[in-house]
Design a protein around this ligand. Structure first.
Ligand SMILES: [Zn+2]
Length: 85
């Protein structure tokens, strides 16, 4: 079983866009030792190839870009049902 933490911050990420607390302000100014984090999300896989995404957020594009194992490697085929046939 594989588990990848894609993000671990609260709903607005860190620093939170609408927050000016000491931590968020300190990160923006570079005065605290911390790293920016995206919103909470994880990916799990049994084989390291097929992943299940849990808790997709608006940060999903950046999270997928930072984790190449989840980037599409093949076309996705969606069956089309035609009830009139
Ligand atoms: Zn804050």
């Amino acid at each position: 079983m594989y588990l990848q933490v894609l993000g671990s911050a609260a709903g607005g990420g860190f620093p939170q866009w609408n927050c000016n607390c000491a931590n968020c302000d300190g990160l923006r100014k570079g005065t605290i030792n911390a790293r920016a984090r995206t919103q909470s999300s994880i990916a799990v896989s049994e084989d390291g190839e097929r992943w299940i995404l849990i808790n997709a957020s608006p940060d999903i594009c950046a999270q997928l870009a930072s984790f190449p194992a989840m980037q599409p490697a093949r076309a996705c085929v969606i069956p089309v049902l035609r009830p009139w046939c």
